[in-house]
Design a protein. Structure first.
Length: 255
């Protein structure tokens, strides 16, 4: 299942159920402290995982999107359509619109006190980040009703939080929890995906916290000497991603 919320890293290719089966993990809870697009979690749900599932993101706009999708998906869908209509009215003769114009519209939406407006803004903003070039292709987002319904159904029992990762680790850590830990990439802010400055995110603090985990974890990050040194005592595997030639990913596991 491809996430409605576009994110870097291609986690829609990450099959958590494969790890559960291959390593015979005895778990009854799955938790993402840095959910972002929640792609791996959606895939796990699609494969029939019946345990507790936790989605968390400190970025309020990301949290608000998922929370709104869960609790008011039809309102969210309607607002997305209204916003796309506004964008459509400003298309040029070639049915194109510059990303800067779209971004101006989204800034107005994000300033709204209405969380449905904010969630619609986040959906279009994330789609805009994946656009190649300087124009927004509105035709790609004409038939999205089914996607909104399916993913709202998929997350109807998911617990959704807007907390720091340390709070989530503390709240859900036990020997039957599997964490997927997907923090901001080290020393990079690719295309504006992270609203926080990922250059100052402390990966050392994260590694200290991870080393105290009782449950199982898979941690993903861009591969470099610093990250490899932090997690050198854990099992690791390199992942080839085609989305960015300058970044290769590495997964670390404590099992």
């Amino acid at each position: 299942m491809k996430s409605l919320l576009s994110y870097i890293g291609k986690k829609d290719k990450l099959d958590i159920s494969k790890y559960i089966e291959e390593y015979k993990l005895d778990i009854d809870a799955y938790c993402e402290p840095f959910s972002g697009g929640f792609s791996a979690g959606l895939n796990l749900l699609e494969r029939g995982f019946k345990g507790r599932v936790v989605l968390n993101d400190l970025d309020f706009e990301v949290y608000n999107f998922w929370n709104t999708l869960k609790n008011n998906w039809e309102g969210l869908y309607e607002q997305v359509c209204k916003t796309l209509k506004i964008i459509e009215l400003q298309l040029d003769a070639n049915d194109q619109i510059e990303l800067d114009v779209v971004n101006t519209l989204l800034c107005r939406l994000r300033a709204s006190s209405n969380n449905v407006d904010k969630a619609a803004c986040e959906y279009i903003y994330r789609k805009m980040l994946t656009t190649k070039g300087i124009v927004f292709n509105i035709k790609k987002y004409k038939d999205i009703y089914t996607d909104f319904f399916i993913q709202s159904e998929a997350i109807k029992d998911v617990e959704i939080y807007n907390l720091g990762y340390k709070d989530i680790l503390q709240k859900y850590d036990n020997d039957k929890t599997l964490f997927l830990i997907d923090p901001p990439y080290y020393m990079t802010n690719i295309g504006g995906y992270y609203r926080c400055n990922s250059d100052i995110f402390s990966h050392r603090e994260l590694s200290d916290a991870v080393k105290q985990i009782t449950g199982k974890f898979i941690l993903t990050c861009n591969s470099n000497d610093y990250i490899q040194e932090l997690y050198k005592n854990f099992n690791s595997e390199y992942i080839q991603n085609n989305w960015a030639q300058n970044y290769s990913e590495i997964y670390f596991r404590n099992f």
